[in-house]
Design a protein around this ligand. Structure first.
Ligand code: PMV
Length: 309
């Protein structure tokens, strides 16, 4: 077989990854914990052996920068590879803080390895995906995933929480996460605190997961998110990924909690707000946040990346 198709789900970090301890190897400065999103996915087909490298995104020739990242990732998978054709499709916005690079590099890694006829363990696939995009390593195991070093591993936790995803702006982010991380690390006076407190946040989050304590997990999630944004706001020049409606949504989430509904927000390098809550509260949370959003989606935990054909 020289052609394979893989599917991967994006993941949203509840304890955030922001910063690299090794830029070349793409190793994280801090550990992170994420949840996969079942309702969204990237599907990627790789044909190993073509006249020249060709990359299609949603049926169209991909922009040059995107195609270059794909070719470079294939070179990492096999430096002596033949030329390849890659077709990829996301059923959600690309490059807008909705973790399309996570599902994208996870699906690309699985499809390329399968198309090349090689075998790899899930750990090896996660480590390869990490080199394309850090958060992609968490989309390989999917579900609840912890990433500390070379690869992410799944936590065997069956807990059907929900993430209410509020899409407020679908334009690509103005500053990419690699550049944003480097700027925070180089210039934020809060950087050492961010590094020093991350392991404690992950450990507390895992303990909260094990006892199914949503209130504790939600509080850690918000704290990690706000610490990450604190390093962005205090960078020089400051990184401001939020829009006015982002702040309005954060107030609404606090309002829900004041009314006794468990809801906790997280955001990535973009203005979209993702709200952790119990499955039973998701309709109420979504109804409260929908008037402020372009779209809301109630997301449930997604599984691992997989080869489908
Ligand atoms: O995988 P990257 O390089 O796009 O970094 C993603 C970083 C955040 O989304 C902001 C946080 C995270 O842990 O996913």
């Amino acid at each position: 077989m020289n052609r394979a198709t893989a599917i991967a789900h994006p993941n949203i970090a509840l304890v955030k990854y922001w910063g690299k301890r090794d830029v070349e190897a793409n190793l994280p400065a801090v550990p992170s914990l994420s949840l996969g999103i079942a309702e969204w996915r990237t599907e990627t087909t790789v044909t190993w052996g073509a006249a020249f490298d060709r990359v299609f995104l949603a049926g169209e020739p991909a922009p040059a920068a995107f195609a270059l990242r794909v070719s470079r990732h294939l070179d990492r998978i096999d430096p002596h590879r033949p030329r390849c054709e890659v077709e990829t499709h996301n059923d959600f916005p690309t490059g807008a803080g909705l973790a399309s690079s996570a599902s994208g590099f996870a699906a690309l890694t699985l499809a390329a390895i399968a198309a090349s006829g090689r075998q790899a363990t899930r750990w090896e696939l996660s480590a390869l995906a990490r080199q394309g995009s850090g958060s992609a390593c968490r989309s390989v195991p999917g579900g609840w995933a912890v990433w500390r070093d070379e690869a992410a591993v799944a936590l065997e936790v069956d807990w059907p929480v929900r993430l209410v995803v509020c899409v407020v702006d679908e334009r690509p982010k103005p500053v990419g996460s690699t550049e944003g991380m480097a700027r925070s690390a180089a210039t934020s006076p809060l950087w050492s605190t961010w590094l020093a407190t991350a392991e404690g946040d992950v450990e507390a989050a895992i303990a909260a997961l094990e006892r199914r304590d949503l209130e504790a997990l939600g509080a850690i999630c918000e704290r990690s998110t706000h610490k990450m944004f604190a390093t962005m706001f205090t960078a020089t020049p400051p990184l401001i990924y939020w829009q006015p409606v982002t702040v309005a949504l954060l107030h609404e989430v606090q309002g829900l909690r004041a009314r006794g509904i468990g809801a906790w927000a997280t955001l990535d390098a973009g203005p979209q707000v993702k709200v952790l809550c119990a499955a039973a509260d998701a309709p109420t949370v979504a109804a409260a946040l929908a008037p402020l959003s372009l779209r809301t989606l109630v997301a449930s935990p997604g599984g691992p990346a997989r080869v489908v054909e």
